[in-house]
Design a protein around this ligand. Sequence first.
Ligand code: PMP
Length: 441
Amino acid sequence: VLNYFETKCTASKEITERAKRRIPGGVQHNLAFNYPFPLAIDKAEGAHLTDRDGNVYIDFLQAGGPTILGSNYGPVNERVAEVIKESGPVTGLFHEYELKLAEIINQYMPHIEMYRSLGSGTEAVMAAVRAARAKTGKKMVIKVGGAYHGWSDTVVYGLRVPGSFRMNAKGIPWGATGRTREAFPHDLGTLKRKLIENRLRGGTAAVIVEPFGPESGTRPVPHGYNAAVRKLCDEFGAMLIFDEVVTGFRTGLGGAAGYFGVTPDLTVFGKAVSGGYPMAGGVGGKSEAMSVFGSGLDGKSGAHIQVGGTLSANPLSCAAGYFAIQEMARTNAPVVAGKAGDRLTRGLQKLIDKYGLPYVAYNQGSIVHLECSGVMLLDMRSPIKLLKENKARKTLMEQMGAAYAAHGVITLAGSRMYTSLADTDEVIDDALNRFDQVFAQ
Ligand code: PMP
């Protein structure tokens, strides 16, 4: 693996060495791997990536999930280019594409009666949590251990609370996380206990879950879990927030809410909601729940919470999301990508069995997990043990990610893959051949 990087990736190496002088750590956002060094990508198209040295890879990172249509999708690019030509990327004024995006989301997700565009999934989570607190008058927030909901203070959780999976809470004062609690993944008993305990702490404003389970379903939930969480939220007067940053549109045009038949009060979107274009984020829900987001147009500005941003709801991102969702519907992209995910998962599991490896492959449609580190066995109830095991797991995942790349496949952190409309049977079979070479070693 190291030989591949040293001999075939010299341009990437040179760029990342230079970057270390001007960019802290030499890298800003790399979801693939940084070991032995990150690859510098020049070209993304459909199911493939080309690096600065001209090496071509099968792209199962797909930018971390947003490009369900495949990378750099022409038909959306063309429509977006027309919008830029006419209005430019941003005006700071209202544009009809804001409305068109909200309308098309509502068309496929009827429970999203109203939608507010923001700049990222992180911002959308911040807005949803603030809305829930404003709406309920309660303070506490409950999330699920191991779930990533962006990097805002309330939900990036520290080691001080047993059950936490995220250790990077430096710079976040205790007060900022002091009203957040965690339940263990798919553990309804803990969730109920936290809801009861929170009654003495000002009540629970919101329970936020990824409906397919933490980390895009890395720890999957049983089918009835979301309905049970909904029931508990109703019982305790807490708002249910679905984080559909990854699953929205990817798991079907109706998202996870449609799949599970459970309606949250608020839903957080990101990634696909801008069709792979920048500024992907927003929050939506029933009109009643969304009424706290106002602009002052109705003369009640004092009653509203403040969210927004100079570039939020810009015509470029809104038009890109609108056209991308149109294309997803026209091409049936979530189903096509889901079938590619099934084919990839079946093939991987066959290879795992062929070599008798202690790995497991599983998927939720186009979200494919390839676990080689026993993540399911990590004991979230033991923070110290978890810290140690999580470090070892991270190192292993970086190395696996690099090994797959050296054989021509880019994954998310060596353990997750997103398939897309561009993944034909030929692409999947080509990838499986490459995994076969890695597993053989
Ligand atoms: N929630 C989930 C489930 C995510 O996967 C992510 C990003 N990976 C976020 C929130 C944060 O979104 P963003 O990166 O757009 O801030």
